[in-house]
Design a protein around this ligand. Structure first.
Ligand code: ATP
Ligand code: LTN
Length: 334
């Protein structure tokens, strides 16, 4: 508990440009959750370097992501929005937790297996201990809840195991976090292959709507979206492409799938696809405008970065000092 509220931690990597999936499946929910919880939302740039990055590009993207958090509606006075790399406790706690995590546990992580296959020329130790750094992120702030996608559940389970193991040895040091899984329907699929999720690392740019895409690009991508030959706007598993478009339309308009089926009853995809495109444009237009405004105010963003890094450092130090004492490091004299 912090200021009478439960603590929430989540983070996103600044690799690639954010997609509509990241927004509807994560960022939009973060904004809703920010009233109820004391929130820490990090740009996890230390995780990003587990795969090779261009330095200038990484810095630019990290700032763009932080700006987007604010543009999406996260008030940086109420939510701690900060760069992971600017708070020293993440690396320090990760080291300690490394010594309480078994090789076998990390070897079982499916993301490690997937990423090693994808980056066979760079299977570095950071990629292997990625989940330990993630555990440190969460445990540093004594987070009660962690909103994550299904793909991160295995990492969250490991975080809980590490926390319980540590608490078992040293007493109640860490809060054991719970996953917060968003509503169903928040999983947005690729526009080119509806059996895969929309992902910012997809090589085909037509598969994803990027949050900064202009209206013409958005309309074009929806027109080209892979559907089927049924020619009926029905919400069913046999029509995964259309089902995905209905999910997107619902997420952007607040309508239910039944309402959408009724609205487009007897109408073809030629009418439905542009309607989905327009609904998305209507959601992204104000978001893009806020990003543009924020980008003009460099001093404001700089002050958010500085103040929140200090705030995160302050809270994380409390946990870190406790942990350092428990494991037997000498007390710091200042
Ligand atoms: P990458 O392609 O780099 O693996 P990604 O686009 O799959 O990235 P992540 O960085 O893994 O996204 O995830 C950031 C957040 O966005 C997570 O909370 C994840 O659950 C959510 N998310 C990612 N893709 C989707 C999607 N298609 N639908 C809903 N939520 C998503
Ligand atoms: N691994 C996560 C990003 C991430 C995270 C976290 C999410 C890093 N640390 C802590 C929640 C809590 C991802 O790739 N989506």
């Amino acid at each position: 508990m912090l200021n009478g509220k439960k603590v929430l931690f989540s983070g996103m990597q600044s690799t690639g440009n954010l997609t509509l999936g990241n927004y509807l499946g994560a960022l939009k929910n973060w904004v809703t959750l920010s009233d109820e919880y004391e929130c820490f939302y990090s740009v996890v740039d230390m995780h990003s370097i587990t795969v090779r990055q261009d330095p200038a590009e990484l810095r630019r993207r990290a700032r763009a992501l932080l700006t987007l958090y604010i543009a999406a509606g996260l008030d940086p006075e109420k939510n701690c929005i900060y760069y992971q790399s600017q708070v020293t406790g993440h690396a320090e706690l990760a080291w300690i937790l490394n010594c309480y995590t078994y090789m076998g546990e990390l070897q079982r992580m499916t993301q490690f297996k997937d990423k090693s296959a994808k980056h066979a020329d760079n299977i570095n130790a950071g990629l292997f201990t990625y989940p330990v750094l993630m555990a440190a992120d969460i445990l540093l702030y004594q987070a009660d809840v962690v909103p994550v996608g299904k793909d991160q559940m295995q990492h969250l389970e490991l975080t809980r195991d590490i926390a319980q193991r540590f608490n078992g040895i040293y007493g109640d040091v860490f809060t054991v976090p719970e996953a917060y899984i968003g509503k169903v329907g928040a999983r947005i699929m690729s526009l080119q292959d509806p059996s895969k999720k929309m992902s910012k690392s997809d090589e085909n740019p037509n598969a994803s709507i990027y949050l900064m895409d202009d209206p013409d690009t958005i309309m074009r991508k929806f027109k080209r979206a892979v559907t089927d030959s049924e020619a009926a706007v029905r919400y069913r598993d046999e029509q995964p492409g259309i089902k995905n478009l209905i999910d997107i339309y619902c997420a952007c308009t607040g309508k239910t799938p039944e309402e959408v089926e009724r609205e487009f009853d007897g109408k073809g995809y030629g009418e439905f696809k542009p309607a989905v495109g327009e609904a998305v444009v209507d959601v992204l237009r104000p978001l893009q405008a806020r990003v543009a405004d924020l980008e003009k105010d460099k001093a404001y963003i700089d002050s958010v970065i500085k103040n929140n890094a200090e705030k995160a450092q302050y809270f994380s130090n409390k946990t870190l000092r406790k942990v350092q004492k428990k494991v037997g490091f000498p007390e710091r004299i200042r």
